[in-house]
Design a protein around this ligand. Structure first.
Ligand code: ATP
Length: 137
């Protein structure tokens, strides 16, 4: 079993799409094992996205994810990291396949509704960052 870190970004919350998105993870057969709604700090956002520091979109990305509340989730299942990435779809929502969350629900390349950890190493780092008291082994 694997656990991955998912964030429903501010646009998902503002557009009232959280129920639809959570339903997609649940219908697939994944289990939500932790969930927190919060307004995230600039420091926490910068830690989460530290690999993108210095990229041209970094400042806009930090402004976006700190602009209004998000929902942070731990999602568990067999190969959950890969399965969630497939459900989420390509980074640019216009390029994302129909049937994926971004492909069905978005048009933006930056405000793309959902984050999902991209590797076991990222999932471990991100779960520790967002759920420091969690035990997802
Ligand atoms: P995430 O990490 O949020 O799951 P991802 O893995 O599909 O998304 P990354 O390449 O890790 O994409 O980029 C992180 C986030 O930064 C993207 O989800 C998007 O919000 C933003 N981003 C990435 N590339 C661009 C870009 N060229 N222009 C604007 N924003 C971007």
């Amino acid at each position: 079993m694997e656990t991955t870190l998912i964030i429903l970004k501010p646009d998902a919350v503002q557009r009232g799409l959280c129920g639809d998105i959570l339903h997609r993870f649940e219908r697939k057969g994944l289990t939500i094992v932790a969930m927190n709604m919060m307004l995230i700090s600039k420091e926490q956002a910068e830690k989460h996205y530290e690999e993108h520091k210095g990229k041209p979109f970094f400042d806009g990305l930090i402004r976006f994810v700190t602009s209004s509340p998000v929902i942070v989730l731990a999602v568990r299942g067999q190969n959950a990291i890969m399965v969630c990435r497939k459900l989420i779809g390509a980074t640019n929502s216009q390029m994302a396949e129909p049937g994926t969350i971004r492909g069905d629900l978005g048009m933006s390349g930056s405000n793309n509704l959902v984050h999902g950890s991209d590797s076991p190493e990222s999932a471990e780092r991100e779960l520790n960052l967002w759920f420091p008291d969690g035990n997802f082994d």
